[in-house]
Design a protein around this ligand. Sequence first.
Ligand code: 6R9
Length: 629
Amino acid sequence: MSEKIETLLKESRTYQPSAKTKAAAHIQDYDTEYKKSIADPEAFWSGVAKELEWFTPWNKVLEWNYPFAKWFVGATCNISYNCLDRHVKNGRKNKVAVIWVGENDTERVFTYGQLYRQVNRCANALKKLGLKKGDRVTIYLPKVPEQIVAMLACARIGVIHSVVYSGFSAPALASRIQDAESHLVITADVGYDRGKVIPLKSVVDEALKTCPTVEHVIVVRRQKPEVSLAAPKEIDWYEWLKGESAECEAVKLDAEDPLYILYTSGTTGKPKGVVHVHGGYMVGTYITSKYVFDLKDDDVYFCVADPGWVTGHSYIVYGPLLNGATILTAEGKPDYPNPGRWWDLIERYGVSIFYTTPTAIRLLMRYGEDWPKKYDLSTLRILGSVGEPINPEAWEWFHRVTGGDKPIMDTWWQTETGSILITPLPTVPLKPGSATRPFLGIEADVVDREGNSLPANAGGFAVIKKPWPSMMRTIYKDPERYKTYWNTIPNCYTAGDVCHKDADGYMWFMGRADDVIKVAGNRLGTAEVESALVSHHAVAEAAVIGKPHKTVGESIKAFIILKQGEIESPALIQSIKDQVMKELGKIGVPSEIDIVQSLPKTRSGKIMRRVLKAKELGQDPGDISTIEE
Ligand code: 6R9
């Protein structure tokens, strides 16, 4: 067992909310509200939905045709309308919606009115290219405001966006464009990373060689001299929007019309296109943003995620904008140009809510407490963590350097769940390392393989027992794969996480039960990395495991069998790493590669990664009776 998980198991401290936190909180008494919400979840969710605007009301809250759910049946709505128009007409027109800070400190600010107008121009420009409801657009942008504009513009006219993280390489981008059959790609010439220029347009050029459905490419040009574009297929973003009207009516969509596809990793090599819809997703992201972060009109909310991942979708873009919040988003890394970067931004913009990741906290911890001490962090009120289990040491450090009295919301959820499911609210007593209790309206449990509820402190599988509005509706073009989430363990949604509940009902997440790994909070499938490895000419077979790592949670270790006649050398190892970089991108490159003669396999030929992992960590491999070699 890794050191981090062991300290999790020994943790017993509890932190009570401060009087100040309590006085401010939307939800004063979690226990009472929770009981009420699960006594009648449909009443709870429809009550929430009424805080938003619908063009036509629903005639049924939930239609549960196991395992397929429809929420707010018969209603029409538009999430982009709720993020923008609702605020523009209700007194928030000149309130700041988005503050964006570039890596080189360039600042761009959009009020709700400005964002509304820019989104409308973009929606009109999309229409002019012939895009209509149900069409797909791939957004492959670095963290620039155009990403937010493009997402909301697609949503406005019922076009389905598929945002692809800009760290993915050409083949990974191509497979996502192909699966979505996108007509349009929106990209930038470059991104920046620790001062380095990262070309993106050339990655798109490469990917599009195998993507015949793409008719146009829009390019946000940041570099001088400008990259040249091949008209009429390639269009400059600013040229594209020039002259477009700042008014574009939001299309009245069915609550169940798809909003986006977001590709995520599973246990097979092929990423799955998780589908979210306008109505339920809007309700889930709205209310979790409001209650978990206790969002108020004067808050400045800073989420460090990249919109390429689900946290960026739900908690940079949709959830906070649905609440009319002021959002700070910053390009770049926490330690560039120095490890004071984020603390500096918190002081500069008076951030009150700060949502980050365990990996980033552990990275900043390494640079010591003097960095946060240099800055005035007194505006902070609520903190958040997401993406992987947070070890108590990192929790304590984060809590201490930010003043010692701000509650940390350790939020557990997934791309598939759409919004936060297991989480404290600011008034809930905290135990460092535990995501605590289910959000209102959510019934969660820890069960064995048969679905039996387990006693306190017994490790098992985290499950959700009833449908919830922001759940994914299907896997794009693959409903069979969707069904596995609901039938692996009978009658409940299986998250794929190992977990235990303590005597107080607090949930302690321990990591994945399957072949999904989380490297610096980025989700990867071992199979994806393995398929990139075997695409190298010298590699015969490959197996990949996630290995506990002090900073990034898990690191990738690969075991490789070389083809006959190939000889191990540092140059060969490097060329194998380069191949993964080319196939998948930087996030998939193993930090360690071992050349081996054989791999443990079952008689049916499946690689037993758990045996490799146990051996690597010096642990008992458990039952190996099915092993062949
Ligand atoms: C939001 C996001 C989902 C997986 C999930 C779990 C891990 C996320 C966590 C956490 C422990 C938390 N995870 N938050 N584990 N504590 N607070 O990360 O989505 O990329 O789909 O990953 O991340 O293992 O199953 P996604």
